[in-house]
Design a binder for this molecule. Sequence first.
Ligand code: AGP
Length: 611
Amino acid sequence: MCGIVGYVGKRQAVPILLQGLYKLEYRGYDSAGVALLEEKGLQVVKTRGRIRELDELLEKKGPFAAACGIGHTRWATHGAPSDVNSHPHLSAGGKFAVIHNGIIENYAEIKEYLIHQGVHFRSETDTEVVAQLLEFYYNECHDFFEAVGRVLRRIEGAYALGMLCEDCPGTLIAARKDAPLLLGYGEGENFIASDVTALLRYTREVSYMEDGEVAVLTKDGVQVFDALQQPVEKARHHIDWEVSAAEKGGYPHFMLKEIFEQPEALRRTISPRLKEGRVVLEDMKLTPEQIRGFTKVFIVACGSSYHVGMLGKYTLEHLTRRSVEVCLASEFRYSDPIVDEKTLVIVISQSGETLDTMAALREAKARGAYILSIVNVVGSSIARESDDVIYTWAGPEIAVATTKAYSTQLAVLDMIGLCFGEVLGTVDPAEYRAVTAELQKLPEKLESVLARCEDIQRYAAEYFNHESIFFIGRNLDYALGLEGSLKLKEISYIHSEAYASGELKHGTISLIEDGTLVVALGTYDALFDKAMSNIIEVKARGADVLALTTERRRAEMEKTASAVLTVPNTVPMLLPSLGVVPLQLFAYYMALQRGCDVDKPRNLAKSVTVE
Ligand code: AGP
């Protein structure tokens, strides 16, 4: 997500804004900028690249005499990283400057309307419509606060906004809906920030804005209004975190923070793409004719992204009744793949820079395939070289072990399956409605799983001394087991393997002995009885079984397994989106128990840009 900082008070704004932005660097970003409200008007200085480059630019263009300003680090969602797409955005008449974290879902229609009204846009971003709409309404009402109110009633989506108006020196207005924004209080100065890290050097007295609230800050005070423009009294909190802890939002590790960010990340991925119960992939260029024209589909990726592809195979084949081949990118590129211009290759990558995946993409493209990529990093190499890209909008993922990117990739693949199934007429309308309804509920169901993290922590305390752990499952549960096993291996260094349960009797079961820990996945109801018989099979050889199933099956599972974790019931294809969370937490707590470096595990990099 983007970083936001704002200041109004008795001191020069530039050093305070820069200091705040440097503190937000850890969040990951691709560009940075500030807007300064001086006597002579609004100045915007912004650039693609690091904050250091912004710092140098300010040095060159300065000095500035501004006691009010806003600053931003951008994590691109709409519009590739560039100077013009970076924030703050100025309105066409230069009267308003805006910084934003979140996604304006209806920006396209607003932009079209304003262009029709003769407004000139400069960037490809969704955020710019806020600046332009502010000026548009201000030219009607000549009141900054009123213009903000009109804008907020017009835009849809998630936003944390910082806004300045050239005609209102010494005033900063902030607004919040579905994206974090806090207020900081000082002596003769006040602040806004997306994250307490940016403020700790100046104040530890903060309030957390609620959805729909608007704050008007001056150096003498802060007034907050609710969605009905009624004044509200905000509770104040004293922050006693150390800065280092605050960079992780109070979590001990980025990985745990990102595990808990998954509901919010999924809301950002799903909500803008579900309109009145229908999947609308506005960012996908593929036409229905092209979709109908494909005779072969590959999914190509590495690591966890490959595991998403394994699940995507089940989903896409179920919804489109077309065969789907999933390949490890490092294998695909050397396999002389049977690809032509009627082939669709779906490439999945969080970083968009994985060399094996990039090479596979180029191999497929050279053979005529259409490349549709699912990527988290906007403007990354894989995104740029694809014919079509659907971004996951998970926000920057810092921990080496992926969690929220995995979940949001899965949600995107589910939505692609629904979209293709609708075009091909192969998805049952009742199932379509059931799945989209459950997709909408996914974030809150994830929250209920996260709320029970202590149960998982307790099992990790019991099992962390095991040196070899097996994950077994069938169909969706097998693909899920692959991800659970990889998470455990990469951060706890415990040897682990995932097996299709039906394969046990073909050799692997010889490895099961007294005390062997087997994580048995039995969430997929259609094969629950099979899962139970495999649990009995391994228990008969002395295994200790930690089972994962749905709440509906808890009682049955408790009769057989030594320990049981559950997830809420949902439609089959969304079970892995819930089931992966206990496995992520299990791996995290096991690694913690073993004193491993959870965020930076040995031998691993966040993006593998080598062969
Ligand atoms: C997952 O936890 C690992 N960090 C790794 O397997 C990763 O998924 C793989 O390297 C692919 O990365 P990408 O999604 O950025 O292409």
